[in-house]
Design a protein around this ligand. Structure first.
Ligand code: AMP
Length: 282
C-alpha cells in the first residue's frame, strides 16, 4: 500500500495505473475506519484492479465547529488497519493546504435534495461534501466510487451531481453495516460512553418497528411514536424523523403512492449526532 499526501504524487500514480489499462475503485472516507468502511473497500477490491482510499476530514462539510474539532482522529490505527486488509493499493491522506490552497467558492445547485433533512438541519453540509468529492473525482477520475447507504441522502446527492456534471463514474451503493445490537457503525460512535453506545440500540430497534406501524397508523402518528420511543431513553433526543420515497426522496404523504419508503433519522446523544435510516419495501 502506498501512502500519498500530495495531489501531484497521486496524479502520477493514477496516470501509471491508467496507462496499464487497469480499473480504479475509489472509496472516500474521513478515517476512524470501521467495518462499514471496510465493506466498501472490500467491494471496491472485488470489482476493480486498483483501490484508492482517501482519508481526509473535510472542514467545509462541518457546519458545527465543535463536531469538527471532536471528530475522531486515529490515523496511525487507520493506516495499520488498511495495511492489514491488503485491499487498499493507494491511500491518499492530504492536508487542508493541499485540498484547499485557496477557498473553494463554488456553489452547486443541488435543488430539492439540499432543502430537506440533513440539508435543512446542517446548512452548507452538502455543499462541502460535493466540493471535496468533485475535487477527488477530478484528480482520480475512478471507474467506480463507493458510498454507504448509511448516508442515504449523501448518496442521492452524489448520484445527482455525478449525473449533472457528467462524470463517467459509476456510483456504487453499499449496504449499512451494523453493530451486533443494531446500531449503525459510525466513526462518531467512538465518542459515546459504553452505556450510551449500548443504549443507542434504541434507534435501530425503533426504526425496525415502522413496517408494522405503517399498517396501523398515519404518518404523523408514526413519527410521534418514533420520537416518543427514542426520547424516553436518556439522553437521546430525536432531531428529525422523516419518511421519504427511496428513489426521489420526496416526503411521503400517502403511503399508497410509493413502492419503497426510507425512514431517515438524526438523533443527538448529548453533543454526538447520529444518523440512520431504514428502507421499507411496500
Ligand atoms: P465517513 O468516513 O463517515 O465519511 O464515511 C465514508 C463512507 O463510508 C461513506 O460513503 C459512508 O456512507 C460509508 N459508511 C460509513 N458508515 C457506514 C456503515 N455503517 N455501513 C456502510 N457504509 C458506511
Amino acid at each position: 500500500m502506498k501512502v500519498i499526501n500530495s495531489i501531484s504524487d497521486l496524479k502520477k500514480l493514477i496516470e501509471n495505473v491508467k496507462e496499464s489499462d487497469k480499473t480504479i475503485g475509489f472509496v472516500p472516507t474521513m478515517g476512524a475506519l470501521h467495518k462499514g468502511h471496510l465493506s466498501l473497500i472490500e467491494k471496491a477490491a472485488q470489482e476493480n484492479d486498483i483501490v484508492v482510499v482517501s482519508i481526509y476530514i473535510n472542514p467545509t462539510q462541518f457546519n458545527n465547529h465543535e463536531d469538527f474539532i471532536k471528530y475522531p482522529r486515529i490515523f496511525e490505527k487507520d493506516i495499520a488497519l488498511l495495511e492489514n486488509t491488503q485491499h487498499c493499493d493507494i491511500l491518499f491522506m492530504p492536508d487542508d493546504k493541499e485540498m484547499y490552497p485557496e477557498p473553494d467558492n463554488r456553489v452547486f445547485n443541488l435543488g430539492y435534495l439540499e432543502d430537506i433533512m440533513e440539508g435543512k438541519y446542517r446548512p452548507g453540509h452538502f455543499q462541502g461534501v460535493v466540493k471535496i468529492v468533485t475535487k477527488f473525482f477530478d484528480i482520480i477520475l475512478p471507474h467506480k466510487a463507493y458510498f454507504g447507504k448509511k448516508d442515504f441522502q449523501q448518496l442521492a446527492i452524489i448520484r445527482y451531481i455525478t449525473k449533472q456534471l457528467k462524470y463517467p463514474i459509476e456510483i456504487v451503493a453499499c449496504e449499512i453495516v451494523r453493530e451486533p445490537h443494531g446500531l449503525a457503525m459510525s466513526s462518531r460512535n467512538l465518542r459515546l460512553s459504553d452505556k450510551d453506545f449500548y443504549n443507542a440500540k434504541i434507534i435501530y430497534e425503533t426504526l425496525s418497528k415502522i413496517p408494522n406501524w405503517i399498517k396501523q397508523f398515519d404518518i404523523p402518528t408514526i413519527k410521534e411514536n418514533v420520537i416518543r420511543n427514542i426520547n424516553t431513553v436518556e439522553p437521546f433526543k430525536v432531531e428529525y424523523i422523516e419518511l421519504v420515497d427511496s428513489y426521489d426522496l420526496q416526503i411521503v404523504k400517502n403511503i399508497n403512492n410509493h413502492k419503497s419508503i426510507t425512514a431517515c433519522i438524526a438523533v443527538y446523544c448529548n453533543d454526538v449526532r447520529l444518523i440512520d435510516n431504514y428502507e421499507i419495501i411496500l
